[in-house]
Design a protein around this ligand. Structure first.
Ligand code: BGC
Length: 743
C-alpha cells in the first residue's frame, strides 16, 4: 500500500453516508479523513490510532541531499532537497517533503543537476514594494512551484527583523519595522499556503546576525522583544497562519531558541495560541529532554545535530517519564494538525509541469515595484529612449543579475546549470555566487533600439571611465553579495567605490544601479546623477531594471530599512563575535531594545543617509486633509493623496504615531500605510485603522499591552523623515490581551 491509498477509505466514508445500513454495520475505517471535521478533531483522531513508533517517526526528519562519503538520504526524499520526514502510509499520512525558501524552490548545493525554478526578488525587495497583494502573489507563485515539484512544506516565511543592517540574511527577511515585516511575510505565507502546502515562519527568534549564529545569545528584555522582533513574528503568524514555525540557531537570553521555554511554550504557544508545530533549524537541536519539554515538536535533518536527539534518546526519555507521553502525543498532534489544516493530506502533492512564462510575469511585477529610486538629480531618469550612446558598466550586467547565497539559493531556468556566470566561488556553503540569467544589457538595448549600447565589465576603472566619457549616459552596476552564515560590512567590496567615482568623474550623467542584500555606504553619492536600489531582483531582474530606467514603470519602492551614513551610527559600530574564535559562546547585548532601525535614528537624533520609508518617483504626490479619530482603542486615520505630476505612478503614504509625553522606545512608530496607484491629476481618499497594540507598551508583570492615557501625535508623510501633516488624538487608558486568545 502507498500513502496515497487513503483515498480508498474516503470512498468507504462516502458509502457510509449514502448507504445507512452499511454504515451502521461498518463505521468508516479512517474517520480523520472526514473533511467536515476540524483539523483539531482530525488530528486527535489519527494520533489516537498511532503506535508509539509511528509517533516517534514523525518527530524526526532527515536531510534530503547526499553528502558523498558521509550521508545518504532516504530514497523517498526529493533529490537535493532540504528535508524529508517519512509518512505513515497505514494511516494515510504522507511524508513531508521539505524545500527552501522565501524566493522560490531552492536546490541544495550539489555537483549534480540543479532544479531550475523561478526566483522572486529578495524578501527585502518584496518588502520594499510595501504591497501585501504582491507578497501574496509571489508566495502563491513559489508555493505552486513547490507543490508541482513534489514538495508539501515550503521553508518560507523569513520574519526576522533587520535589527543589524550587516546581517548576511537580511535579504531573506522583510526589513526593520515589525508591522511592515509582519504584514508582508504574513501575506507571503498565506499565498504559499493557498497551494495546500505548509509554510514555515522562521527563524524564531532574535536571529539577527549570522556571525556566530550557533554560539551567540541575543540578550533582550521581554517587553523590548515583544515590541520588536517578536511583534514581527506575532503579526506574521496571525496574518499568515503558518502550519509550522522554525526555531533558530542562536540562543535567546542564554537558552537555545530550539529549547527555549519562554519563546516556544510561553510566547508562541500559550500567548499567541499557535496550534501548528515547531520544527528546528538544520542543526539547531542540542538536547532531548530540554528541547522536547522546551516546546520543540520536530527535529529537522537530524544528521546535522551532534546526535539524533529525537530518535532513540526521545523514546527512552518518554519511557523514563522525563518527557511525558502527553507531550509526545502533543508533538505528533501538532504536526498532523498542521497538515490537516493546510490541506496537505486532502490534496496530495505530485510532480507536474510548471508554467514558467506566467511565473516570470509575477516575479517581474514584484521586482519592478520593489526598486527604490534614491537620487535623481535634474530628472536624469527616466532615460530617454533617444539617447544615442549608453555605457553599461560592471556587475556582469551583460548577462545577469545577482542573487543572495545560502540555503535559499534558487537556480533559474536558462544559463549554465541555472547560472549566468558559472564558476564563481565559493565552492563551499554558502556558495556558489549565483547570477540569474536575466541580462540588463540586453533589456536596455531592447528599450533603446537605435542607441549604441556598449558594455565594460568594470574590472578596469580607467577603461570604464573612457567608455563613459564617450557616452551620453553611463549606467554603472555595483553589488554586494550577501549570504547565509556571513555578515558583511556596509561598504561596497572589490574596489567598486573607485569604479563609480572614476565613471562619475568622466561623465556627470552617471546612474548607479545597486544590487545589494541591504543598505550600503555611498562615498560617491554627491558625484553621481541618479541611484536606483534594485536589490536582488530575481529571475526577471534585468528586464525590470530596464523598464524602470526607461520609465515604462515609475519607481515606487520605499526603503524597508534605514541606510546609515556610517557604521558609527549603529547601536553596535562593531559587530559582536570574534572571527578568530568562531566556536566560542558570546552574548550580544541588544541594549537598544525595541529601538530598531529608524526608531534608533529618531531616538538618537541621527541623520541617516536615506531614511526608512524613503523613495522617489517620476511623478509627485501631495497629501491633504489628514483627520484622525479615536473611539475606545480604535484609531482611524483618513487623508487624501493626489498625483500632482503628468504621469501615472504609485505612492506609499505612511502614518507614524508617538505619545506627546514620550515613554516609548522611540519618538514614533509606523502604524499604517497604503500603496496607491494614481493616474495624473487624480486623488484617492485613504482610510487606515491602527492595530491598538502599536499604541501600547508591553507590561511583563501582567502580560498585557497597555495604552497610556494622553495625547498622541499622528504624522503623515512620504518617509519616516518627511512627515508633512500632523494631527492629535487623545487616548484613554486601556489594557489589551497579550494574544488573540485573550489569556
Ligand atoms: C537555514 C534554514 C533552512 C535550512 C534548510 C538552514 O541552514 O537556516 O533557513 O530552511 O537550512 O535548508
Amino acid at each position: 500500500m502507498t500513502w496515497q491509498d487513503w483515498r480508498a477509505p474516503t470512498l468507504a466514508l462516502l458509502l457510509a453516508t449514502t448507504a445507512p445500513n452499511l454504515a451502521a454495520a461498518k463505521p468508516p475505517a479512517r474517520p480523520w479523513m472526514n473533511t467536515s471535521l476540524s483539523a483539531d478533531q482530525r488530528a486527535a483522531l489519527v494520533v489516537g490510532k498511532m503506535t508509539q513508533a509511528e509517533k516517534l517517526g514523525l518527530v524526526i526528519g532527515a536531510f534530503g541531499r547526499t553528502q558523498p562519503g558521509q550521508y545518504t538520504p532516504p530514497r523517498a526524499a526529493r533529490a537535493n532537497s532540504a528535508g524529508y520526514v517519512p509518512g505513515i502510509p497505514r494511516l494515510g499520512i504522507p511524508p513531508l517533503w521539505e524545500t527552501d525558501a522565501g524566493m522560490g524552490v531552492a536546490t541544495q548545493r550539489t555537483s549534480g543537476k540543479v532544479r531550475e525554478r523561478t526566483s522572486l526578488p529578495s524578501g527585502l525587495a518584496t518588502a520594499a514594494t510595501w504591497n501585501p497583494a504582491l507578497a501574496y502573489r509571489g508566495g502563491a507563485m513559489i508555493g505552486a512551484e513547490a507543490r508541482d515539484s513534489g514538495f508539501n512544506v515550503l521553508l518560507a516565511g523569513g520574519a526576522n527583523l533587520a535589527r543589524e543592517p550587516r546581517n548576511g540574511r537580511n535579504f531573506e527577511y522583510a526589513g526593520e519595522d515589525p508591522l511592515l515585516a509582519g504584514v508582508m511575510v504574513g501575506a507571503q505565507i498565506r499565498g504559499a499556503q493557498s497551494n495546500h502546502i505548509v509554510a514555515t515562519a522562521k527563524h524564531f527568534a532574535v536571529n539577527d546576525q549570522e556571525n556566530g549564529r550557533n554560539f551567540l545569545s541575543s540578550e533582550i528584555g521581554d517587553a523590548e522583544a515583544r515590541t520588536s522582533d517578536l511583534m514581527a513574528f506575532q503579526i506574521a503568524v496571525e496574518q499568515g497562519d503558518p502550519g509550522s514555525v522554525m526555531c533558530a540557531y542562536n540562543r535567546v537570553n542564554t537558552a537555545y531558541a530550539c529549547e527555549n521555554d519562554y519563546l516556544l511554550n510561553q510566547v508562541l504557544k500559550r500567548d499567541w495560541g499557535f496550534k501548528g508545530w515547531v520544527m528546528s533549524d538544520w542543526g539547531a537541536v542540542h538536547s532531548t529532554v530540554q528541547a522536547a519539554n522546551g516546546g520543540l515538536d520536530q527535529e529537522s535533518a537530524a544528521s546535522f545535530d551532534t546526535s539524533p536527539f529525537f530518535g532513540d534518546a526521545l523514546k527512552q526519555a518518554v519511557a523514563d517519564g522525563k518527557v511525558s507521553q502527553a507531550r509526545l502525543d502533543d508533538m505528533a498532534r501538532r504536526i498532523v494538525r498542521g497538515l490537516f489544516a493546510k490541506g496537505v493530506i486532502d490534496h496530495p502533492v505530485a510532480i507536474r509541469p510548471i508554467d514558467f512564462a506566467a511565473h516570470a510575469a509575477v516575479t517581474q511585477a514584484d521586482a519592478e515595484e520593489a526598486m527604490v529610486l534614491l537620487k535623481n538629480d535634474g530628472a536624469l531618469l527616466p532615460l530617454s529612449a533617444t539617447a544615442r550612446r549608453i555605457a553599461v558598466i560592471g556587475s556582469h550586467a551583460d548577462v545577469g543579475v545577482l542573487s543572495g547565497g545560502g540555503s535559499s539559493q534558487v537556480y533559474a531556468v536558462g544559463g549554465v546549470g541555472g547560472m549566468a556566470v558559472p564558476g564563481l566561488g565559493p565552492n563551499d556553503f554558502p556558495g556558489p555566487l549565483v547570477y540569474h540569467p536575466s541580462s540588463p544589457l540586453k533589456a536596455i538595448r531592447a528599450q533603446a533600439p537605435r542607441a549604441d549600447v556598449a558594455y565594460a565589465d568594470g574590472t578596469d576603472p580607467q577603461a570604464a571611465a573612457a567608455l563613459a566619457a564617450h557616452s551620453d549616459i553611463a549606467v554603472v552596476f555595483v553589488n554586494v553579495w550577501s549570504a547565509e552564515s556571513l555578515d558583511s560590512p556596509l561598504g561596497l567590496p572589490d574596489g567598486q567605490d573607485a569604479l563609480v567615482a572614476a565613471v562619475a568623474k568622466a561623465n556627470p550623467h552617471t546612474v548607479v544601479v545597486l544590487e545589494t542584500g541591504g543598505p550600503v555606504l555611498m562615498p560617491w553619492l554627491d558625484q553621481v546623477g541618479a541611484v536606483l536600489e534594485a536589490w536582488y531582483p530575481g529571475t526577471r531582474g534585468g528586464e525590470a531594471i530596464a523598464r524602470v530606467l526607461f520609465g515604462e514603470v515609475a519607481p515606487s519602492g520605499r526603503l524597508p530599512i534605514s541606510f546609515p551614513r556610517s557604521e558609527d551610527q549603529l547601536p553596535r559600530p562593531r559587530l559582536d563575535g570574534d572571527p578568530k574564535a568562531p566556536n566560542q559562546m558570546f552574548d550580544v547585548q541588544y541594549s537598544e531594545g525595541a529601538a530598531v532601525g529608524y526608531k534608533w535614528f529618531d531616538r538618537q537624533k541621527l541623520e541617516p543617509l536615506f531614511p526608512f520609508g524613503y523613495g522617489l518617483s517620476y511623478t509627485r504626490f501631495a497629501y491633504d486633509g489628514l483627520q484622525a479619530r479615536a473611539a475606545g482603542d480604535a484609531v482611524t486615520i483618513g487623508f487624501d493623496v493626489k498625483n500632482l505630476g503628468d504621469r501615472a505612478g504609485k505612492d506609499t503614504p505612511q502614518v507614524y504615531i508617538g505619545p506627546k509625553a514620550g515613554g516609548w522606545e522611540a519618538p514614533r512608530r509606523l502604524v499604517g500605510w497604503q500603496k496607491v496607484d494614481l493616474a495624473p491629476g487624480r486623488t484617492q481618499h485613504v482610510i487606515l485603522t491602527v492595530d491598538p497594540r502599536l499604541l501600547a507598551t508591553y507590561d511583563p508583570a501582567t502580560r498585557t499591552w497597555r495604552i497610556a492615557p494622553g495625547d498622541y501625535e499622528i504624522s503623515l508623510g512620504a518617509s519616516s523623515r518627511s512627515l508633512t501633516s500632523h494631527a492629535t488624538v487623545s487616548l484613554a487608558a486601556r489594557t489589551l490581551p497579550v494574544g488573540p486568545s485573550g489569556k
